[in-house]
Design a protein around this ligand. Structure first.
Ligand code: SAH
Length: 397
């Protein structure tokens, strides 16, 4: 077993059970891509069993802080079983559930979403790549009782590059049709694990989509603008809440085609829905010029700030769309606004939206703060895992 020795003082994060060691903290030691290493403090004390990433800034990712633990197929089976059992306790009313959420489940770099009988998996770190076969077998063994029989790999994310890994995509176990029908709260949506974004769909917004349907009904919203709609989850939720004039805006044609199909699939009148293949920022400006107004608006943009280094530019982008959104709302209208940027904390996001309100000369009641669904958990030891934050704002006037 190769040993990675840390510089003096750099043992602190591992002692606090934080799973990452950055390149600059390593005193000496080398290993192959994804190889399991023993990490020691400068004076030779055991800190963790970990995987080694020779080219990544995150040089070491901890598997276990228990010296007696062995990193083998059994280890992955135990971690996966624990994560799946936790989701069972959450009793999520859907056949689309995030079963493994990386670091939060003690499996850095591994993302597993269940869509009906398919597991859609991202292997994003050198360590998960090294153990891919064992992880795939353990995943299917531990989810057999849920009815999962097939595993599709979606390791086509850009973050693999930083780990020195090539993109990979396709069936790892089983095969067949890549599209399933997802049920969440009162609606149904089709998900294609081959063509969809990320693993296929954005399960992290499940509870917020359900909340939106309730809010639309409660506040009697008729006209709804869903910005960055993807396949129309919030749009169909709005129709379920009783909206009669829903506009989905996205720059992805295939996602919008699916949004239109989802309106029909759920038995809603297609005349109540319009899909706009366009850039959101430009669309909001044009709508403002045209004097359009809405009872409710959703802003769920992609990650504007991939890291804290991009926070400034991202802040301006968030402020801009929120300013436009607040202006386009009728008095008494509802805004659901989100940021999924890890580099923008909840407090900063709140400040950005407050700044947008000032610029728009709009005040609003902050009805609720939102976060990712509980199957995308954050842990006490790894607060960086928190990424999705949202606000429900009721425009005054
Ligand atoms: N709210 C969605 C998820 C949104 S993901 C849901 O509940 O499923 C972000 C979406 O923004 C993606 O579908 C992407 O195609 C779209 N997008 C990215 N940049 C855009 C832009 N400038 N204008 C319009 N849409 C954009």
């Amino acid at each position: 077993m190769k040993v990675i020795r840390l510089r003096e003082g750099k043992e602190r994060s591992l002692l606090r059970r934080h799973p990452w060691v950055f390149a600059g903290s390593v005193e000496k030691g080398k290993a192959d891509l994804g190889e399991t290493v023993r990490v020691e403090s400068h004076d030779g004390r055991f800190l963790a069993w970990a995987s080694f990433s020779p080219s990544s800034q995150i040089r070491v990712r901890a598997w276990s802080f228990d010296e007696a633990e062995r990193i083998d197929a059994g280890f992955f089976q135990r971690r996966i079983a624990a994560a799946v059992a936790m989701r069972q306790r959450l009793a999520i009313q859907s056949n689309g559930v995030r079963l493994i959420h990386g670091e939060a489940d003690g499996l850095p770099g591994l993302i597993v979403d269940r869509y009906e009988d398919i597991l859609s998996v991202q292997f994003l770190s050198a360590g998960t790549e090294r153990w891919k076969a064992q992880i795939a077998d353990a995943l299917l063994a531990e989810t057999a009782a849920l009815g999962c029989t097939r595993l599709y790999e979606r390791s086509d994310s850009g973050v693999r590059q930083m780990e020195g890994l090539e993109p990979a995509k396709g069936w790892l176990r089983g095969g067949g049709d890549t599209t399933i029908t997802l049920r969440e709260h009162s609606i149904q949506l089709t998900v294609d694990v081959e063509e969809g974004h990320k693993t296929g769909y954005y399960l992290d917004q499940r509870e917020n989509r359900a909340l939106f349907a309730r809010l639309v009904a409660q506040f009697g919203c008729q006209s709804v603008l869903n910005c960055y709609s993807y396949t129309g989850g919030f749009s169909v939720s709005a129709l379920a809440g009783g909206a009669t004039e829903v506009v989905s805006v996205d720059s992805s044609g295939p996602a919008l085609a699916r949004a239109n199909a989802h309106v029909l699939l759920n038995g809603f009148d297609p005349a109540h829905h319009a899909a706009l293949d366009a850039d959101v920022n430009g669309t909001l400006r044009q709508m403002l010029k045209d004097g359009r107004q809405f009872d409710a608006i959703v802003l769920d943009p992609p990650k504007f700030a991939p890291s804290a280094a991009h926070a400034d530019r991202a802040s301006r982008a968030y402020k801009d769309i929120n300013r436009l959104g607040l202006k386009l709302l009728k008095p008494g209208g509802l805004l659901l606004t989100f940021s999924c940027s890890g580099g923008i904390g909840a407090e900063l996001f709140h400040k950005i939206v407050a700044g947008a309100g000032l610029d728009a000369q709009v005040d609003g009641y902050l009805l609720q703060r939102l976060e990712a669904s509980p199957d995308h958990p954050t842990t006490l030891c790894f607060p960086e895992g928190e990424y999705l934050k949202g606000l429900v704002i009721l425009k005054q006037g």
